[in-house]
Design a binder for this molecule. Structure first.
Ligand SMILES: Cc1cc2nc3c(=O)[nH]c(=O)nc-3n(C[C@H](O)[C@H](O)[C@H](O)COP(=O)(O)OP(=O)(O)OC[C@H]3O[C@@H](n4cnc5c(N)ncnc54)[C@H](O)[C@@H]3O)c2cc1C
Length: 432
């Protein structure tokens, strides 16, 4: 029998968390089904670290539901992934796997925050923690050929320089996805700098080409041959597509008119489906979220969608999404990471004004004069956060600092209890 809820939130990332949190805190009488879909949480921003070094995976994973689930009285968690959403019946059916296998949920409004399909980088719907641990370990031991500057850098950090690494780019240049889709235009100087670090320091070959055959939209962890659209072939030991393949809506919603050809939810300026007004989308819609940091844009969109869902069930008008609550969008990412930690490289590219001054970016400051010595103990690696004094704000110091900084963010986005696989992963399957 179906369980009835006011709002269903679907997804396991920061988008779903902020939507559920907004309703939990602002409307305590609203009954929410949080279809998280997994028994665990995993911090996606550290994927390049743990896919290259599976020993690090547990540190970024929360495997004990009692630790990561929030104690919100009006929210019920579901730890089986969604199989289908019947938008006409307003009914969700969960997969026949996991703690809530086969459950049926009805809703008055739904927020979809299912992210983009990124094979290996994020777990596929329905994956158990034990399966995910095996997948991460298989990837770590097989990695040889990568397709992203961050992955390439972390590959070198953990696996050294003996393997040939080719970074294939459909435009022939790096940073094209982030800069092209999320902001006005790429900064040519940053592109050139990142390309040089990849080529000269990381010994990565940046190659112009694409492989559009759908069989190359999944990672391949054993030797094979990549067929490029140009007709050229490339032999590989490991192939990893590190670009988002499209919204995770494949086979999810029953009504096809609700999605465009790429699987994006067709929405108005309120991030609300044009055909089913009770359906909202975070980060998976035809209305793009512009600017950096991406996580701030996403958080604002999540809160907006939660408020939209509440408006729908209360019969009130839905507001246009304005991204006003978050800090103003930056046209470029604040930094570009080419590997984390010792042996990695990071460039600060566009900090907001006050942070820029504090980090001495205007005058090429850095260790030992900036940040001030009193800050050096706040976060390990902080003394090298801005690079070396008199040099550009980049290098191994910022890359080492970033590992520690990265660990500060998860709690802000609802990720708790990281560092514990819990009992689901048998002891002998845990990494040393
Ligand atoms: C390596 C890496 C580094 C990054 N660095 C930065 C950074 O420095 N700064 C920044 O701002 N952003 C960064 N990002 C981007 C940021 O991580 C993403 O924008 C953000 O995680 C997206 O959140 P989301 O909740 O929309 O989607 P996701 O994090 O992708 O979460 C969606 C979840 O929903 C699940 N799901 C899918 N289908 C179903 C279903 N049928 N049922 C149930 N659940 C389902 C998915 O499996 C997934 O776990 C980075 C991303 C990566 C991968």
């Amino acid at each position: 029998m179906a369980s009835a809820f006011d709002v269903a939130v679907v997804g396991a990332g920061m988008g779903a968390f902020h939507a559920a949190e907004e309703i939990a805190k602002k409307s305590k009488d609203t009954k929410v089904a949080f279809i998280h879909g997994y028994t665990f949480q995993e911090w996606a921003l550290a994927a390049a670290i743990f896919l290259n070094n599976p020993d690090e995976h547990e540190k970024w994973t929360a495997g004990v539901p009692e630790k990561w689930q929030q104690k919100w009285a009006n929210v019920q968690y579901f730890m089986s992934s969604v199989e289908t959403i019947d938008c006409d019946k307003k009914e969700i059916k969960l997969m026949n796997k996991g703690p809530h296998a086969g459950a049926v949920i009805t809703y008055k409004a739904v927020v979809l925050a299912t992210g983009s399909k990124s094979p290996l980088i994020t777990p596929s719907p329905g994956t158990s923690l034990t399966e995910r641990v095996s997948e991460v370990r298989a990837c770590g031991s097989a990695l040889k050929l990568c397709h992203s500057w961050e992955m390439c850098g972390d590959f070198r950090v953990h696996n050294g320089y003996s393997a040939r690494v080719i970074l294939l780019s459909r435009s022939g240049t790096v940073l094209d996805t982030d800069f092209g889709e999320k902001s006005a235009k790429p900064d040519a100087k940053v592109v050139e700098k990142v390309t040089n670090v990849l080529k000269d320091k990381m010994k990565v070959e940046v190659k112009h080409g694409s492989a559009s055959d759908p069989k190359f939209s999944d990672a391949i962890l054993s030797p094979g041959t990549l067929q490029l659209d140009s007709g050229e072939t490339l032999d590989f030991d490991v192939y990893i597509p590190c670009f988002p393949i499209g919204p995770n809506t494949e086979r999810l919603v029953s009504s096809q008119k609700i999605l465009d050809d790429r699987g994006a939810l067709i929405t108005n300026d309120s991030l609300q489906s044009t055909s089913h007004p009770e359906v909202f989308g975070v980060g998976i819609t035809t209305k793009k979220l512009f600017g950096h940091p991406v996580s701030s844009r996403l958080t604002a969109a999540s809160k907006h969608c939660a408020q939209g869902a509440l408006a729908v069930i209360q019969g009130k008008p839905v507001q246009v999404f304005q991204d006003k609550e978050a800090p103003p969008p930056l046209p470029q990412p604040m930094n570009v990471k080419i590997g984390h930690g010792k042996g990695g490289y990071m460039l600060w590219t566009s900090l907001p004004g006050p942070a820029k001054v504090c980090c001495c970016q205007c005058c090429n400051g850095g260790f030992p004069f900036c940040p001030p010595p009193c800050c050096w103990c706040c976060i390990p690696g902080c003394s090298g956060a801005c690079g070396t004094c008199g040099s550009p704000p980049e290098g191994e110091g910022p890359a080492s600092f970033m590992v520690h900084l990265l660990a500060k963010f998860p709690p802000n986005h609802g990720f708790k209890g990281l560092g514990d696989y819990g009992a689901e992963v048998p002891k002998q399957a845990k990494m040393a």
